[in-house]
Design a protein around this ligand. Structure first.
Ligand code: MF3
Ligand code: CO
Length: 273
């Protein structure tokens, strides 16, 4: 069943989506080569709890952590652990924040240090896919219009693999609600979008082929060809006839930028010494 949210509900979801933004901004400031993915999860979980929320993912179908942290060829649902980030990695961080009966759900893929240009382009294009999808999340459009916009840009224009096994979704009182929002499909197909619907749009785009498989832990999804994969996600409302992101990349991008400059000045200082 698809839920239509009223103004008050939308504002509660917006607050939570922006708390995910705040959490991912903390992550952006924290990232550097040498830290473990478990340390990112710990920091984020403390931040969420300190702000009166609970991590939406922890315990969801038995998922054991606050964040999904997916490095390089890991597409989504990577477990935080002892892996230490290194220069040239990309790391997708997906986070949910639950408070007052509603969820926010939002993800960003970060570059660690010097990432090769081919992979940086994958990050840029995947982010653009998300915004093309949001532009289609207009009242009276259909879910397939979002799906087509993402697939067309990622695959037809850029030749990337579009993951099909995982999809975006309605989000609200439950983390995953109707409708499903695939990143591939046909224009004019699927459920009609209506004022007050809240959905998570989340393109998962591979540098190589679209094929993926799940590791024996039952969660970690990796590319079959071991090439990198990117993931960007916003919680989006259909409001005033248009798709409007409730979460926000701007603070995350500002922190990412500042952190990159800080880390490169460290390198410079080392080089001088
Ligand atoms: N944003 C992801 C999704 O919507 C994260 C879910 S992780 C889970 O599928 F652990 F909660 F399943
Ligand atoms: Co999601």
């Amino acid at each position: 069943m698809i839920h239509i949210r009223n103004h008050q509900e939308i504002e509660l979801i917006r607050k939570n989506a922006l708390m995910v933004t705040a959490t991912l901004t903390e992550v952006a400031n924290f990232l550097k080569p040498g830290i473990t993915t478990a340390s990112i999860d710990k920091m984020a979980e403390e931040f969420i709890l300190d702000n009166g929320g609970t991590p939406s993912f922890k315990g969801y179908h038995g998922y054991p952590y606050a964040l999904c942290i997916s490095v390089n060829e890991v597409v989504v649902h990577g477990f935080p652990g002892t892996y230490e980030l290194k220069d040239g990695d990309i790391v997708s961080v997906d986070c949910g924040f639950y408070k007052n009966g509603y969820h926010g759900d939002h993800a960003y893929t970060f570059a660690i240090g010097d990432v090769n240009p081919e992979t940086l382009k994958l990050l840029r294009v995947t982010k653009e896919c998300l915004f093309l999808g949001i532009a289609q999340a207009a009242a009276n459009n259909r879910v397939g219009d979002i799906s087509y916009a993402v697939e067309n840009y990622a695959n037809k224009i850029h030749g990337y693999g579009v993951v099909r096994e995982l999809v975006g979704h309605g989000v609200g009182r439950d983390l995953h609600e109707d409708p499903q929002v695939p990143n591939y499909g046909h224009r004019g197909s699927g459920k009609r979008l209506q004022e007050g619907m809240v959905i998570a749009i989340e393109p998962m785009i591979n540098l190589g082929t679209r094929d993926v498989y799940t590791l024996d832990d039952g969660w970690t999804v990796v590319t079959a060809d071991a090439k990198p994969s990117a993931h960007f996600e916003h919680t989006v409302v259909v409001r005033k006839g248009k798709g409007e992101a409730l979460s926000n990349f701007a603070p995350i991008e500002a922190a990412e930028q500042a952190n990159t400059e800080l880390n490169s000045s460290h390198w410079l200082a080392h080089a001088v010494v």
